[in-house]
Design a protein around this ligand. Structure first.
Ligand SMILES: [Zn+2]
Length: 175
């Protein structure tokens, strides 16, 4: 089985052109940006050597046209396309790619992460360099000091309202 693996050019957490899983497996990956003509690239590869499957990581960064192009790969070339990514950003807004994947995908599988309280962690908090949550600013920040944690909706709201993680982890005593 030959699988073409793509990941977003924007994501450099694991070094360029590599998709890694949390259990330590990794695979080389082609990079896509908003200009990448995915259907053409896949057709070219398929003509060279048959492609059995396409995997797109960080699919929230796909454009509407690219999601359409991937649906053409499924419908016209009969190649299954699996996309993996985030539903919403740190403001609770849909990513563009995710919006159209949610609308047009044949099958949706929700991978569950758990908030520290045990509820489903469906929201993403962005933390600044001091670890304070905030919900303003650009959807994508490259090379900043912010980090992200997954929390449930209730604790997302509390963290944004309070501007701290106290509601999630309890108040930290000063060391
Ligand atoms: Zn929670």
């Amino acid at each position: 089985m030959r699988t073409l693996v793509y990941t977003a050019e924007i994501d450099d957490r694991f070094g360029a052109g590599k998709v890694s899983s949390r259990i330590g497996l990794s695979s080389p990956a082609a990079l896509f940006n908003a200009q990448t003509q995915l259907d053409r690239e896949i057709a070219t590869e398929h003509a060279r050597q048959p492609v059995h499957c396409v995997l797109v990581d960080e699919c929230q960064f796909l454009t509407r046209d690219q999601v359409k192009a991937l649906s053409d790969v499924v419908d016209n070339m009969d190649i299954p396309v699996l996309c993996y990514g985030l539903r919403t950003d740190f403001r609770g807004e849909l990513f563009g790619g995710s919006q159209y994947l949610l609308a047009w995908a044949d099958k949706l599988v929700e991978l569950k992460t758990v908030c520290h309280c045990g509820r489903k962690a469906g929201m993403v908090l962005r933390l600044d360099a001091e670890g304070r949550p905030y919900s303003e600013g650009e959807q994508v920040v490259i090379g900043g000091n912010e980090r992200y944690i997954s929390v449930c909706r209730k604790h997302y709201k509390q963290a944004i309202e309070q501007g701290s993680l106290d509601a999630i982890y309890g108040r930290q005593e000063p060391a």
